[in-house]
Design a protein around this ligand. Sequence first.
Ligand code: HEC
Length: 120
Amino acid sequence: MKKLFTLHLAACAFLAFTGLNAQAADVQGSADAGKGKVWLCIGCHSIPDYRSDYPFVYHVPMLGGQNSGYIAAALSAYKKGERKHPTMRAIAASLSDQDMADIGEYYAAQTASSPNNPLK
Ligand code: HEC
């Protein structure tokens, strides 16, 4: 049941992502809104010392406790292609400036050791 709910949530979130295209120059992030936007990130970023193994072995950084502006700027750099990791690039391409600001606030409110898992 929980799994079904999670899948449903994921599908809804994906639809929400693709519908969000606002690109305001000066966006105010909300940790609460960000909480609903990190479902896609949990699989990699909430596992301490996780390494993704495709296409190379990458160390996946923990996001909890990082500066919100830094997170939003990093996502924006992936989206623009200034940072090159292929998976992060694809993921960031689906995020609006508002999404990035919200996600930044959400992770900034976490700590490095919190599970960063809003579905729990
Ligand atoms: C398939 C695994 C995977 C998923 C899913 C994923 N990431 Fe990442 N992410 C990575 C890896 C690997 C890196 C390090 C890449 C590099 O070296 O540039 C990274 C880097 C980052 C960074 C830069 C962190 C830093 O310290 O510089 C941010 C910010 C980030 N991801 C945010 C997100 C967000 C937000 C999501 C969900 C919308 C997400 N990621 C989903 C694997 C993933």
